[in-house]
Design a protein around this ligand. Structure first.
Ligand code: G4P
Length: 191
């Protein structure tokens, strides 16, 4: 088990067969030492890809993405969620459906912050159905920027997100990959 899997076993809680609660170290309280290790792990994994920008989706992606951007010495761009459509020609905008939360939101970013020559690393906390990351990809695809990597803290491999993204050829690295949460037991995928 790696450091994040050990932490999940120690402090994560299985809510049901689909949802893992990690409020005490990722989603509400943040364990800064774990975040530091996560960012160093991402930076090491993606270090040869000439990343010049880290992108994340608010809100829980921000802390690991910020620390990773610091490690890589590049800017961080946060894609914002908004409930209502405020059409503005200076923004790229797309609609994202969250199956976990049974809600839809608009993801937006100013056109000023994603440029054709960017080489982007996307960081997010969970990969479930892959809708949030797919929304981020759609926004970036308004430009000619490259997406060289996708870094995820916790992937639920029993949900379709990874396959959806891999089928489009993306380079995904998840630090913890959960195969199952059934019977109140956290089972990790063999790497
Ligand atoms: P997807 O992006 O992979 O399709 O996931 P989905 O829409 O189903 O997930 C919606 C929200 O629920 C996301 O947070 C995601 O991080 C979170 N989520 C998904 N599965 C789990 C889980 O097992 N445990 C926890 N704790 N969260 C989960 P969000 O709405 O973007 O929230 P936040 O980033 O503002 O915290």
């Amino acid at each position: 088990m790696n450091f994040l899997e050990e932490k999940i076993i120690k402090d994560g809680t299985v809510l049901n067969n689909d949802i893992l609660r990690v409020d005490s170290f990722i989603n509400q309280q943040i364990d800064c030492n774990i975040m530091k290790k996560i960012s160093k792990d991402f930076a090491m994994h993606f270090k040869n890809l000439k990343i010049n920008k880290v992108v994340t989706i608010e809100s829980s992606g921000i802390s690991p993405a910020l620390l990773t951007a610091i490690e890589l010495n590049v800017p961080l761009v946060i894609f914002k969620k908004q409930q209502s459509k405020i059409l503005n020609s200076n923004f790229y905008q797309t609609s994202v459906k969250s199956f976990t939360k049974d809600s839809t939101y608009d993801l937006v970013v100013s056109k000023d912050f994603i440029k054709d020559d960017d080489n982007i690393l996307i960081i997010d906390d969970f990969l479930a159905n892959g809708e949030a990351v797919s929304g981020a990809i759609r926004l970036i695809k308004n430009t000619k920027a490259s997406i060289s990597g996708i870094g995820i803290l916790i992937e639920k491999s029993f949900q379709p997100g990874r396959k959806k993204l891999e089928d489009q050829g993306f380079n995904i690295y998840s630090i913890a990959r959960i195969e199952s949460l059934e019977n109140n037991t956290i089972k990790f995928s063999e790497k």
